[in-house]
Design a protein around this ligand. Structure first.
Ligand SMILES: *Cc1c(COP(=O)(O)O)cnc(C)c1O
Length: 442
């Protein structure tokens, strides 16, 4: 496998790793860009070579459902950007979460998760996994003690998001990691909204990080993908994870933790989940996500700058009731953002997602969306383009008032994923749409 560039002991900075980690010029052709290895399978050198690959004695490629050289560059790049040990790419963010959890959970096990997770994740854990006999307790993540209170003897994972979507609440990762570790279970963090540029959850004690690469990593709203990242510090031999320690029934009796140590979890996820369930990333998609990742640092800085300006503009706008953005000093999450997130222009970089309440409620929210000129009305985040949605009439339409309240979604809430267009144009579009949507409203 290729290695990130190393020159003696130099630790390369984020921007350098975003462009180079995991990639070397192609040794056969000299191609500088990572080639797209659009192949399902790889020729063995000899019968002996084939046998050693299947025995996991030699690292190499067999079949693209297990590993692929283009996908491997993306995996190593994200692992590097997360200051982590290893990574496994998947077909989507949902596939990454599923793979991350199925690698360590089985029927009868239990998860404690934040109640403010991305809606798709609430469905995956609360309904999808419950059908497999894996139960999830959802808790208010604002107090780490809530996670502790919900842990049971059969709990095998604690799950949260660095920044929730759509509530844009910030998790105290170090405090929740402490709770998880005190009970001998790993903390899994969805770092999609912060991206590895603003936060590295493993540095705060998380053991496994998942991303929807569909969002900021890809960054242009073109490509589905996900990735599971392993920090490499969790003691899988603590008695709670016999399948990490004992011979694998699913793969030639290999003992994942003993054989692969600090990347044993990733090997298990690759060989027992991705290989068996098949939600793998395609080489073409990996290549597209690599293009995005090369500019992640530039884009995230601009997303943060623009979002802060939009939040400040909305705060003083007469047609706006409230603004929720962790980068605003009066946000309840500002101190946590300051502690956990990279500084951008002297401010905590709080990513590009914010919500606000429009004067005139639900009807005005719908009119606002229709009145936007170039802000795109769609259900996505993390695009270079500014995106807007009114959750109560779209993503959360099925919920009744009580459920909406629990999800923290009010009828007047508009969510923006602030893009990297010229900020004055973004402010202009918001302003004119607010005027048209609230004409006649107080
Ligand atoms: C979009 C999203 C997901 C799901 O990712 P897909 O790539 O759409 O499968 C998971 N978590 C968060 C926070 C997301 O925003």
């Amino acid at each position: 496998m290729s290695q990130p560039p190393k020159s003696g002991d130099r630790d390369y900075a984020f921007a350098t790793r975003a462009i180079h980690a995991g990639a070397i010029p192609d040794p056969v052709t000299g191609a500088r860009a990572t080639p797209i290895h659009q192949t399902t399978s790889f020729v063995f050198d000899s019968a002996e070579h084939a046998a050693s690959l299947f025995n996991l004695q030699t690292f190499g490629n067999v079949y693209s459902r297990i590993s692929n050289p283009t996908v491997a560059v993306f995996e190593e790049r994200v692992a590097s950007l997360e200051n982590a040990r290893a990574a496994l790419a998947c077909a989507s963010g949902m596939a990454a979460q599923m793979t991350a959890l199925l690698a360590i959970l089985k029927a009868g096990d239990h998860i404690v998760a934040a109640s403010t997770l991305y809606g798709g994740t609430v469905g995956q854990l609360g309904i999808g996994f419950s059908r497999l006999g894996i139960e999830t307790t959802f808790v208010d993540p604002s107090d780490p003690e809530n996670f502790a209170r919900a842990i049971r003897p059969n709990t095998r994972a604690v799950y949260g998001e660095t920044i929730g979507n759509p509530l844009v609440n910030v998790l105290d990762i170090a405090a929740v990691a402490e709770v998880a570790h005190a009970h001998g279970v790993p903390l899994v963090i969805d770092n999609t909204v912060a991206s590895p540029y603003l936060c590295n959850p493993c540095d705060w004690g998380a053991d496994i990080v998942v991303h929807s690469a569909t969002k900021y990593l890809g960054g242009h709203g073109t490509t589905m993908g996900g990735v599971v990242v392993e920090g490499g510090k969790f003691p899988w031999d603590n008695g709670k994870f016999p399948e990490m320690v004992e011979p694998s029934r699913a793969y030639h009796g290999v003992k994942f933790y003993e054989t692969f140590g600090d990347f044993g979890y990733t090997m298990k996820a690759r060989l027992e989940v991705n290989r068996t369930f098949g939600a793998v990333l395609s080489p073409m998609s990996a290549w597209q996500l690599l293009q995005g990742t090369e500019t992640l640092h530039l884009r995230m800085r601009e997303h943060c700058r623009n979002a802060l300006k939009v939040a400040q503009f909305l705060q003083q706008h007469p047609k706006v009731r409230w603004v929720n953005y962790p980068g605003l000093p009066d946000s309840p999450y500002y101190e946590l953002a300051k502690k956990q997130f990279r500084t951008v222009d002297g401010q905590p970089g709080a990513s590009g997602i914010l919500t606000f309440g429009i004067e005139g409620g639900a009807a005005a929210g719908e009119r606002f969306i229709d009145a936007c000129e170039f802000l795109s009305h769609l259900a996505n985040i993390g695009d270079a383009k500014t995106l807007v949605i009114h959750p109560a009439s779209t993503t959360h339409r099925q919920l009744n008032d009580e459920e909406l309240r629990k999800a923290g979604v009010s009828a007047d809430m508009v969510r923006l994923s602030v893009g990297i267009e010229d900020v004055d144009d973004i402010l202009w579009d918001i302003d004119q749409a607010l005027e048209r949507a609230t004409r006649g409203a107080a």
